[in-house]
Ligand binder design. Sequence first.
Ligand code: F6P
Length: 335
Amino acid sequence: MHNGTTITQFLIEEQRRIRSASGDFTSLLNDIVTACKVIANAVSHGALVGVLGSQGSENVQGETQKKLDVISNDVMLQSNQWAGHCAAMASEEMEEVYQIPAQYPRGKYLLVFDPLDGSSNIDVNISVGTIFSILRCPPGIDNPTEKDFLQPGTQQVCAGFALYGPCTMMVLTTGNGVNGFTLDRNIGEFVLTHPKMQIPEDTSEFAINMSNERHWEAPVKRYIDECRAGKKGARERDFNMRWVASMVAEVYRILNRGGIFMYPKDMKDPSKPGRLRLMYEANPMSMIVEQAGGVSSTGRERILDLKPDNLHQRVPVILGSRNEVERVVKYHKES
Ligand code: F6P
């Protein structure tokens, strides 16, 4: 039998600390948690329930949609549209803002999500996850449009992700530190197992897709070359490398043992200033990383300060242990 704090209890206790809280936000988070449990269940049954493979369509980014991308997107929409907490939603899988169907009341929050991040890993049984960000709907707006979502990451009320790995985890911040919960499948509840997560300031582990090396800018190349030179190089110590190709898994690892994760600006396709999407990948992960004592930057600017110019905007991302990210930022300044 578990004797820990369940996520429901944790959220209600957090709500009690805010006198003016109406309970809407807590209910919204509960609905997101339920959606993630449903997605975790589908992910964990894989081929047994016929959810692997491609859907035969493309998303707004021109990427092939997997069946589980589409299923996860539907689960997030269905779970969060009925209760009256959301004014509108936006997703990696949908070009336009999703309006709450007319039969449901509209609430005060905007929910943005990547329903299944790392989806190239789905069919090969490697960790994937759901990333989400909650913003306030600007006052007086009944039918939010794209421009109402385009708020800098500093305006996020909450950011979180679910990680579907050997354990299913939920990692959350509401601007008061970062807490991690493990799904206890016996009772169907997330239980607080990783309170007040803190990213170590120093690390000897980096994560980057090395196959893009020839496209990188000079500061990133310099940083990685120095790491690879090990004890005999400028850094005078050996570094280790990891690349899961699931941002959720990389950020979770960094929250636990430190590290630096980079998907930097590169010259592969000059029309794309990075691979990762600002509103539903970089912003929520940056809020989590900063709340855990880490740093998140494009190399030139703090990610959370960027004013988005569209829902599906891409940005360079360099995040993780403070001293390493600051070093890469310094190399950008010097170059
Ligand atoms: O689309 C986002 C994402 O799947 C991240 O989760 C991951 O870090 C990255 O793309 C992987 O990119 P690549 O395919 O270049 O390794």
